[in-house]
Design a protein around this ligand. Structure first.
Ligand code: G3P
Length: 217
């Protein structure tokens, strides 16, 4: 399972890359706004920190401008993956960019039939938003189960990129379902490392070690 970090904060991305566990980065217009930086500049900087795909989202809503924005973003670095919303114009843009050899991440997916359309449009990634579905009382992880099953039924190469991930249980369920990728805020990635028994066990080992008066080096 691949781990992407969902942020436009370059220092956070650098820290995540240093763990050796980072496979890519996703951003969206809200995250770019939060960074307070120019989009092209921040995307270029992020692309230099990872060899994996870096999703950069278009902000137009009509086909011609989306396509132009997608081509512009694609030219920033070889690992840019253009993100488009799951609308009719977005999927038309997805097909056009995919036909040019550009990787496309189709975002704002909230139903399995939307995911089916994205695969047919040649998306490299589909981003179903699990947390936002949970927020309105629907089962976000059931959507992942449905999309994984549909993509397997037809051997689509589109990867299921679980987005709007809020906690480690989302990651656990996504992994059990065989989703290809989870994109997470840095705090959620850090939460995956944590277990109280790990902390308590380490504390006891180190206390016992200190009593020996030894040092390894
Ligand atoms: O990048 C898209 C997605 O991961 C956003 O998550 O927490 O704003 O619903 P959230």
């Amino acid at each position: 399972m691949k781990f992407f970090v969902d942020t436009a904060d370059v220092s956070e991305i650098r820290a995540m890359a240093q763990t050796g566990l980072l496979d890519g980065v996703t951003t969206n217009p809200s995250l770019i706004a939060k960074s307070g930086r120019k989009m092209a500049e921040v995307i270029a900087e992020i692309c230099a920190l990872t060899n994996g795909p870096v999703s950069a989202e278009v902000t137009a809503t009509d086909f011609d401008t989306m396509l132009a924005e997608g081509r512009y973003l694609r030219a920033i670095a070889q690992n840019v993956c253009v993100k488009v919303p799951l609308t009719e114009a977005g999927l038309r843009t997805c097909r056009a960019l995919a036909d040019e050899g550009t990787k496309v991440n189709v975002t704002l997916c909230f139903s399995a039939v939307q995911a089916l359309l994205a695969a047919k449009a040649g998306a490299a990634f589909i981003s179903p938003f699990v947390g936002r579905l949970d927020d309105i009382g629907q089962d976000g992880m059931q959507l992942i189960a449905d999309v994984v099953q549909i993509y397997r039924n037809y051997a689509f190469s589109t990867e299921v990129l679980v987005a709007s991930v809020r906690h480690p249980v989302h990651v656990l369920t996504a992994a059990k379902l065989g989703a290809h990728v989870a994109t997470m805020p840095p705090a959620t990635i850090r939460a995956l490392f944590k277990h109280p028994l790990t902390d308590r066990g380490l504390e006891a080992f180190l206390a016992d070690w200190q009593k020996t008066g030894q040092s390894i080096l």
